[in-house]
Design a protein around this ligand. Structure first.
Ligand SMILES: [Zn+2]
Length: 256
């Protein structure tokens, strides 16, 4: 059943029960609690990308037989990205950069460099607006299309992979993706490089959790990310791991 119809009937049910309780003098607090908890439940399932509730995505390769992981960088390109590209070259690692359209407009030569050095670019919307969770499916599709157009102008490639800003996948995202046809790439290992400042804590956490087939989320708009990345790359190298791109790990097309 379509979410919109299901959602409509859930609200009709809640209102009907509330009216019944009101007319018959029954306690209204259980239905009030349900009316509050239901939106909380919807927000929870929309922001946990790995649960695949509204749209299926690629988040990690379970039981991957080789010591391979994916490094992914969100929110660039920025002036931090060249440092990351140099590090990846030094350790012979490949990665995916989920670029914001506005950032590619600012740094077209860096976007081009990402491709020339053997990495791939994915779509991370045009503006990465904080209102992303409230956009209509039409506006979301426009955001995704606009990012693709800029990437195509710069690189000549048509991006096929999409990472939702803030990891939000709600019914509107699903409907936008039905129109644009992008594949969702999530992650299963967050580094928290965008919110935590303790670099050794971040690196130790990744080292503890790391396993073959992981998709690691980093950000190339944070000054501390190159420092974290170098320690991570050293760890991967000394433990026999190889960093590959998500199109290689999941055997999907990065472009179409
Ligand atoms: Zn982002």
């Amino acid at each position: 059943m379509k979410f919109r119809i299901l959602n409509f009937f859930i609200w009709i049910f809640l209102i009907a029960v509330a009216m019944y309780c009101g007319v018959n003098g029954l306690a209204l607090w259980p239905i009030a609690a349900a009316a509050i908890m239901y939106p909380v439940f919807l927000i929870t399932i929309s922001t946990n990308i790995r649960w695949n509730v509204f749209a299926k995505g690629f988040h990690h390769q379970k039981d991957h037989p080789k010591k391979e992981v994916c490094l992914s960088f969100d929110d660039g390109p920025t002036n931090v990205t060249p440092k990351i590209l140099d590090l990846l070259d030094r350790y012979d690692a490949k990665a995916c950069f989920f670029c914001i359209g506005e950032q590619m407009e600012k740094y077209p030569e860096i976007a081009q460099d990402i491709i020339e050095r053997g990495h791939i670019i994915g779509n991370h919307t045009y503006s990465h607006t904080r209102k992303m969770g409230f956009l209509s499916s039409k506006s979301l599709a426009r955001e995704i299309d606009a990012c693709n157009i800029i990437a195509n102008d710069i690189t000549g490639l048509n991006l096929n992979l999409f990472r939702p800003p803030f990891g939000i996948i709600n019914p509107k995202t699903k409907s936008a993706l039905d129109k644009t046809g992008h594949l969702v790439i999530g992650w299963n290992l967050r580094t928290y490089d965008a919110i935590l400042n303790d670099k050794s804590k971040i690196v130790n956490r990744i080292k503890r959790k790391l396993k073959p087939g992981d998709v690691i989320l980093l950000h190339d708009n944070k000054d501390q990310t190159p420092i974290i990345l170098e320690q991570l790359l050293l760890h991967l190298k000394s433990n026999g791991y190889r960093a590959i791109r998500p199109d290689q790990l999941f055997k999907i097309n990065a472009y179409n």
